[in-house]
Design a binder for this molecule. Structure first.
Ligand code: 8DG
Ligand code: MG
Ligand code: MG
Length: 147
């Protein structure tokens, strides 16, 4: 029997903003090992982008989010994902803020993440997760235009 052909997947990543800082964690999973990335994960069947953003942030950091908005989407083809199989991810980027400013991020999945911290936009840690670095290098900013 023929193996199922690989299909693109949908990822949702969240720019969780606090003033001029954002939340990043060091990945401990195959793709982007040891690089700093946003909280996020895969869209489940039937879920809205907002629901996925809230669920993944909660699962990974324990934080509740608010004011969730769509920002942009990127198309990422990784030549080697898990087990050296190519991986095609359409990543949806959302923006949000913490529902309660006194809530502190917890490292809920220590096998997947080295820990969460707030980083100033002008002093981001290195190396960033490749798709994130490419966006930022290209001039993308997740912050609302100030009036
Ligand atoms: P899940 O099993 O919890 O559903 O997924 P996960 O293990 O949390 O998935 P993930 O790799 O954290 O996120 C899904 C995909 O989203 C990831 O493989 C690639 C894409 N993605 C980007 N940029 C970013 C980013 O900055 N952070 C995260 N978390 N994912 C990103 O393209
Ligand atoms: Mg996840
Ligand atoms: Mg994740």
């Amino acid at each position: 029997p023929q193996a199922k052909p690989p299909m693109p997947k949908v990822g949702v990543a969240v720019f969780l903003l606090k003033g001029d800082k954002l939340l990043l964690g060091r990945r401990l999973t195959t793709i982007g090992y040891n690089t700093f990335a946003l909280p996020g994960g895969h869209l489940e069947f039937g879920e809205s982008f907002e629901e996925c953003a809230a669920r993944e942030v909660k699962e990974e950091t324990g934080l509740d989010i608010d004011k969730t908005e769509f920002l942009t989407a990127t198309n990422n083809v990784f030549s080697e994902g898990a087990n050296n199989h190519p991986l095609h991810l359409v990543c949806i980027f959302m923006r949000a803020v913490v529902a309660d400013v006194n809530q502190v991020p917890q490292n809920v999945e220590p096998e997947k993440c080295g820990g969460w911290d707030w980083y100033h936009w002008n002093d981001l840690p290195k190396p960033l997760f490749k798709p994130l670095e490419v966006m930022i290098q290209g001039g993308f900013t997740p912050f609302p235009v100030s009036s």
